[in-house]
Design a protein around this ligand. Structure first.
Ligand code: AMP
Length: 270
């Protein structure tokens, strides 16, 4: 496994690799990340994983400071998986060049997490653009766990790079809780609570009928959920999964949630 820290080393190492799979991550691996890596290994000749905690996508410095970091453990996992390349850029290295054009979300895109985390997706799109331009992979593997991120990156990249974003299903633990690096920040009791919330939302998704009252019933459920679990909820919304608008007539719908257990913000979709 080659560990690459600079753009020059990266370029040299991958210049002759044609069918390269790319898995961008912020580290602290769990089985969700591992499923993406395995998918890349099955579809591509070689796989490159990046680990970079991008400060530009954190709207609060404390959230960035507290984000879990487990580099030694992560590198051991990648070695065992026989990953070919790991890219560990520094902020200086990756953001050395100034952007020519500022990334701006449209008004329609300022929904769900974009509404509650100002600048978050602009930061995500910026780093993804830089990494994909540099790596030029055949496929980039991303999780549906971050559905809005996947949606926005796909859209942004389709206009810029000849790159295929490959969506991967959300991996959950045996209690239905979506795996997330942020789960490392939860206590045992908090993990049980998060799993109960996931179970509640699974049931809710299946009970919601496609009717005009869907909005009202969701507002009631949101209040019920807040009270039952004593949590703050940023949003609990149904959207159509094709374009994330609220026009969900005859479309496949998805239930989106973002909530806090104490100070830890968790997101999921069902
Ligand atoms: P992160 O390290 O949290 O930035 O995530 C890196 C990639 O892993 C993103 O494409 C995520 O959507 C994906 N991912 C995170 N959690 C899961 C999960 N539970 N199942 C599948 N993919 C995931």
């Amino acid at each position: 496994m080659k560990i690459l820290r600079t753009k020059d080393d990266l370029k040299e190492a991958i210049s002759k690799v044609r069918n390269l799979g790319f898995v961008p991550t912020m580290g602290s691996f769990h089985d969700g990340h591992i499923s993406l890596i395995k998918k890349s290994k099955s579809k591509c000749y070689k796989t490159l994983v990046s680990i970079y905690i991008n400060p530009k996508q954190f709207n609060k410095k404390k959230d960035f400071d507290d984000y879990p970091r487990n580099l030694t453990r992560d590198l051991n996992i990648l070695k065992k998986l026989n990953v070919n390349f790991v890219f560990l850029p520094s902020t200086n290295e990756i953001f050395k060049e100034k952007r020519k054009k500022k990334i701006i979300l449209t008004q329609k895109q300022k929904i769900l997490c974009a509404k509650f985390r100002k600048g978050h997706f602009e930061g995500v799109l910026d780093i993804m653009d830089r990494l994909i331009k540099l790596i030029n992979p055949k496929y980039t593997f991303m999780g549906e766990k971050d559905f809005q991120q996947l949606f926005l990156v796909k859209k942004f990249m389709s206009k810029r790079h000849k790159n295929n974003i490959f969506p991967c299903k959300t991996v959950r633990d045996k209690n239905l809780l979506a795996l997330s690096s942020r789960n490392f920040l939860l206590s045992k009791v908090q993990l049980i609570k998060a799993a109960l919330i996931a179970k509640y939302l699974f049931k809710l998704k299946f009970s919601l009928k496609k009717n005009v009252k869907i909005h009202n019933s969701l507002l009631i459920k949101k209040k019920e959920l807040q009270k039952k679990f004593n949590i703050k909820i940023d949003y609990l919304e149904i959207r159509n999964e094709k374009n994330l608008t609220t026009s969900y007539k005859n479309r496949k719908i998805r239930l989106f949630v973002a909530y806090y257990i104490n100070k830890i913000r968790l997101i999921d979709n069902f």
